[in-house]
Structure formats: structure tokens, C-alpha cells
Design a protein around this ligand. Sequence first.
Ligand code: FAD
Ligand code: SF4
Length: 552
Amino acid sequence: MSERESMPYDVVIVGAGPAGLSAAIRLKKVAAEKGAEVSVCVLEKGSEVGAHILSGAVIDPQSLDELLPDWREQGCPLAEVPVTENLHWVLTRGGKFTLPHLWTPPFLHNKGTYTGSLGNLCRWLAGKAEELGVEIFPGFAAAEILFHEDGSVRGVATGDMGVARDGTRKPDYQPGLELHAKYTFFSEGCRGHLSKELMRIFDLRRDCDPQVYGLGVKELWDIDPALHTPGKVIHTQGWPLSESGSNGGGWIYHQANGQVSIGFVTWLNYSNPYVSPFQEMQRWKTHPAVAALLVGGKRVSYGARAINDGGLQSIPRLVFPGGALIGDSAGFLNVPRIKGTHTAMKSAMLAAEAAVDAIVSQRGGDELTAYPEAFERSWVRKELSIVRNVVPLVKRFGDLIGSGLAGVTMWLEYLGLRMPFTLHHHPDHETLWRKDLVRKIDYPKADGVLTFDRLSSVFLSNTNHEEDQPVHLTLKDPTVPVEYDLPLYDEPAQRYCPAGVYEIVGEDVGEPKFVINAQNCVHCKTCDIKDPTQNINWVVPEGGGGPNYPNM
Ligand SMILES: Cc1cc2nc3c(=O)[nH]c(=O)nc-3n(C[C@H](O)[C@H](O)[C@H](O)COP(=O)(O)OP(=O)(O)OC[C@H]3O[C@@H](n4cnc5c(N)ncnc54)[C@H](O)[C@@H]3O)c2cc1C
Ligand code: SF4
């Protein structure tokens, strides 16, 4: 018999990001419209709602308008800074040129959008959800999927607390809690750990392309007020990734309170194992056009998070008996717009509507097929279809020619001329070349003013994990990092992890050892994605552990 207590709900939601919270709000609102009661709870692994949320963010308000039409009058922090100016720079090593607006269709021009902290938007949405009677449990990580005997999903269990590194129980041990539901929604964000498990168990990816990813490294800066223009947003492409033949780009968003959100996304299909997404971000800041903005400024926050790049062709089957994948757990991000919030929210709202209909009809534990059907008819699908060839074109033909071709296809699709093809994706963990076939990259040392090292950066993410707990970065085979990855790829985990979690020590004395500093992990999920042998499996640590982002 399980010593865990259980709590029954109509719907349990894993993850209090924009998707999970939009689902919760929509469930309550639609149920009220139908004169029904649905009980809803949301689990969040961060110490509070927003603590693990990291985004740009420039947000298209379309879903927010549908979810809470009066959000602007209700004190929503996102309303503070509408986007007023939108630029796209192509960077060379020391120069830049600005791409004319005509190059891209109007949906890329950020008209009617807002810029701000997605974490703060989530905190505000959580308040709205609670007003409607949703129960939110921050600090509780869903660690296990529960099943009925017929194989349908019954709910989730939160992780045990107070387990020591060696697996024994500490004096403060507390067993996890079981949350049972008619339907369980998984809104864990990009590369969710339980979502990955569900895709395997229910073979949800059998009819789609592999998901592909980027890693976004972000910093918040207080800058010189004379250089600050609230509402101005800039995207960059080209240098420095052009030097290693990799893809991605940067953003600069002038937000509230004299702050700029700056960040850099490296697509994880890069082939040179010496590429470090963290160092590429540091180098990008030294470009004269970026550095000029940061002169006299102060970096106040740091974080990193993976982002889904696969688009329409990588969306898995969305439902299985007893539950659904919503938001970035499935992957609805529009890459050329670098926007996933509005699509994540809309997917969640569609799933919520399907669930209320089912619950009102006394159903439970079956497949909510009305949700994927509604997605097929939705504006989200249409939006993602227009841009579906952009990422594969850039990967195949490079930044310059690929972006040119992508611009042409977007214009044609936008004007209603559907391309008769969809290009496919290749998994990111299969793209690395052997270290002897590439040029080693020597990144410059941090200057401590404009550029920084990883450890001082992680310090600014306020990351904290209980040290005496089982390591949450599990290795399927502990010999692989030293015996396979090191000789072939110089163990790339040392460079792709933006928090310095992985190190090889003792190489100088001929006894290399793979060290995992798990307490530094900022939960970006890159190791789970990019590890060439898929040997690293990220699982949730004790609830409440991880970064504590104030307003990312
Ligand atoms: C670097 C970067 C820049 C971006 N810029 C923009 C932008 O400018 N505009 C835009 O619209 N979009 C942007 N996006 C995309 C946008 O942030 C996402 O599409 C959006 O956050 C997805 O929402 P979500 O709710 O699905 O997932 P998330 O926002 O990732 O939220 C998931 C939540 O679930 C929690 N969670 C995960 N697993 C568990 C578990 N097992 N138990 C309990 N809790 C769990 C997490 O802690 C988190 O709070 C950006 C993304 C990145 C990474
Ligand atoms: S250990 Fe993995 S998930 Fe954690 S910060 Fe490093 S790459 Fe990201």
C-alpha cells in the first residue's frame, strides 16, 4: 500500500506557466458559463509562480484578449510597455545593416505587441486563477505519472521530500502526494520531463518530425536612462554564430523601469562541439552596436532556457487517455516571430474547452479528441503553417541564403500561395562532428564589466537546490562521458551547459573524471536535448529547487 495521500480533482495541471494558468482560468470560466463546477489544481516546481519562467518577452496579446478581455484595465503588468519601434539588424564582425521592413510580412513587425517579463505576467495570471477558485501549489514538482489499470493516466504524484543523496530518508522525510484527476494536463514547457515520458509511453511522436531546439541565454540590465527607449525592440542575426557556421540570433527589448532584456539564442543543431552558447552570448555583447547600449549599465539578472524550434511539423499527438499536452510541452512556438506565449495559451484554452465539455457529459479518463480537432481549425495552426519551412531553410542553406528563401516563402504563404512541400527536421543530438574534424574555438576571457563567467552568472539567477538529495541529472551509463564523449567530442556538456554544471577534472594527471555540480542547474534542459548519446536524463529535483528568477 502506498503511504502517499491522494487528492481528487476534475483537472490537474502540471506547470504554472502561461499555458497551465490559461488552461486553469479557461476551465473555470467555461464551466461557470455552463453552470457547472470543475475542481482544478496547478502544480509548480518553482518556489513560487514565475520563479522558473524565462522568456524575452515580446508578447502578442491575441490569446490574452480572448482569455481576459479587460486585462489592460485590470493592472496586468504587461500593459505597461507597448512596442513602439521594431528593428532587425544583420551583424557582421564589427558592423551592421538594418533589414528593411518590406523584407518580411507584416506579422513579423510586432505591431500591437507588448514587451515585459513573462514571469510577472504569470504571477498576475495566477492571481486571476485563484480568484476563480483554482488551487495553485508552488514548490511541488510532479515527479511521476500515475496510471489506471487500463493504462489511462490517473494523475501525477509529487516527489518525496527529505530523501538523501544516497536514497535514504532524512529526519524531515515527507512522502509525495498523489493528485488524481479525470484529465491531467501537462504544461511543463519546453522538453518537459514527464511529457517526454508520455511521448514514449503513448508513442505520441510516431507521425511527426523530431522536435528541435535552441538555447536562449538571457540577461537583464539597468542601463543609462539616456540610452533607454521604452518599447523599442531589436532582433539580430549573423555574427558571432556566423563564425562557426551555426544559427540563431539575439534580442534587445527596452522594457519598464529603465531595464533592457537582452538575450541570445543558439540553435542546438550546431556541429562544432567547441561551441558554447553561453560564450556566444558574451561575445555578442562585445559587438559595437550592442556594447554601446550597455556602457555604464549594470547586469542585474541572468538565466537560460531551451526553446522549441520545430514548429508545425514537430507537434506530437496532443492527447492520450486521461490527459493532454499543452503549450511548449507539445511545442507551438513560432520561430521567426520568437513567440510562443500566445500560441501556448491558445492551445491550453482549446484543451480546457474540450475538457469542460467532456466533464459536463460525465466523461473522464478518455481521449479529449475535440482538442486536436479544435487546434486543426484554429488560428494557431494557420500561423504556424505559414512559417513551417523557415527553420529547415535556414539550417540547409545558411543564414544568408536560407533567410532570403525563408523571407520569400513567408511572403508567398502570407499572400495565400501555399508551398506544396514541408521540409523536415533532424534531431539535435545527432549533429555534432568529431573534435578532430573541426576548428577549436578559444573564447576571450570575461572582463567582468561587459562579459562574465558562468559561475558569477549563475549567482545572479538565485539558483538553489537542497544539496543532500539524489542527483537530478541522471546518467543511463556513467562510463559514457569519459570513455566515449571525451575522446570523440571533448565532452561537449562542459560547454553547452550555461550553468557550468558539468566538468571534466583530472585530465592533466591522466585520470579524467566527469563531475556533475547539480546544485547549479538552472533547469534549461539543454543536456537532456544535446547530449550526443542521450545518456543524460533530466528529472525533477525536490520541489522548490532551481532558479529564483524575479522578473525574467
Ligand atoms: C529565451 C526565450 C525567449 C523567448 N522569447 C519569447 C518572446 O519574446 N515572446 C513570446 O511570446 N515567447 C517567447 N518565448 C517562448 C515562451 O516563453 C514560451 O512559448 C512560453 O513560456 C511557453 O509557455 P508554457 O506554459 O508552455 O511553458 P513555460 O513557460 O516553460 O512554463 C512551464 C512551467 O511548468 C513548470 N514545470 C515544468 N515541469 C514541471 C513539473 N514536472 N512539475 C511542476 N512544475 C513543472 C515550470 O517550472 C514552469 O513554471 C521565449 C522562450 C525562450 C526560452
Ligand atoms: S545541467 Fe542541463 S538543465 Fe541544468 S543548466 Fe546545465 S544544461 Fe541546463
